[in-house]
Design a protein around this ligand. Sequence first.
Ligand SMILES: [Fe+2]
Length: 285
Amino acid sequence: MKKLKPFLRVLTVLALIPVVQACSTDLSITSSAVGDRFQESIDGKTKPIVLPRVKDPRHFSFLWLTDMHIRPDKKDYFDKLGNFATKSHASFVITSGDITDEGTSEDYDEVVFKAKQNLPVPLYSALGNHDLYNDGWDEFKDNIGPSTAVFKFGNTMFMIIDTATCEVGADQMDWIEDKLDDVDAKHKIIFSHICLYNRTAELPIILCDPDERARLLGLLKKYEVEYFLCGHGHYAEVTKADGTTHIQGATASAWNNPLNGDPEFFNFIINGADLDYERYYFKDY
Ligand SMILES: [Fe+2]
């Protein structure tokens, strides 16, 4: 930001206005710290991630979406998601956070109830800033799972990282590097609430610390992470950089519409050495 000329600063502020309105972006409204959430997660003090059986490690699919903003007084797309998961034989559903709108116990109860009612497969999620509202971490860790996790499913590594407060923290960053260095997987995918790219400009809604952003981007390149799947901006966008495809998903909410396009979800298909995705819109189902 320091290097931006005055008129560019004005443009940057103007460009941010719709984004801030869309996500009520307050990244500091929580009493939990990223380092503490990370420690609790890797110490196993959260609901565990229980994986379904791997039928064929080289051929499977999963559904990805982000920013569902679930709350009991609003509509959702769980029924459509469940129907698609059944039809496509998806192994699981995973989101990039803001799975709840206000992080309340009522919001989390609604997620758990609707997922149980509609989804034939497990639901996993990264942590979003909205999930932390009303001290939502306690509910998230009990009802959804860890804020930081890595698992291998078939030939693919899935890593969930905690960027819900726009920071990674030294401990989590070291852990990310260790795990990427350790893992033996054909494909590597990272799920994060905050993106590393946004509309080609370096706006403050991307990961807040430039040093953390640079280190994370360096790790993606070094360890050949194929996809970095994120949300938060409510703006559908795909950026390819240094071998990684960064997808900022638009919302998957039945009431909190994206700034561009329509509420959406993605079907990722692993076919041996190939990993590809198809984009779907809830309005078509
Ligand atoms: Fe959101």
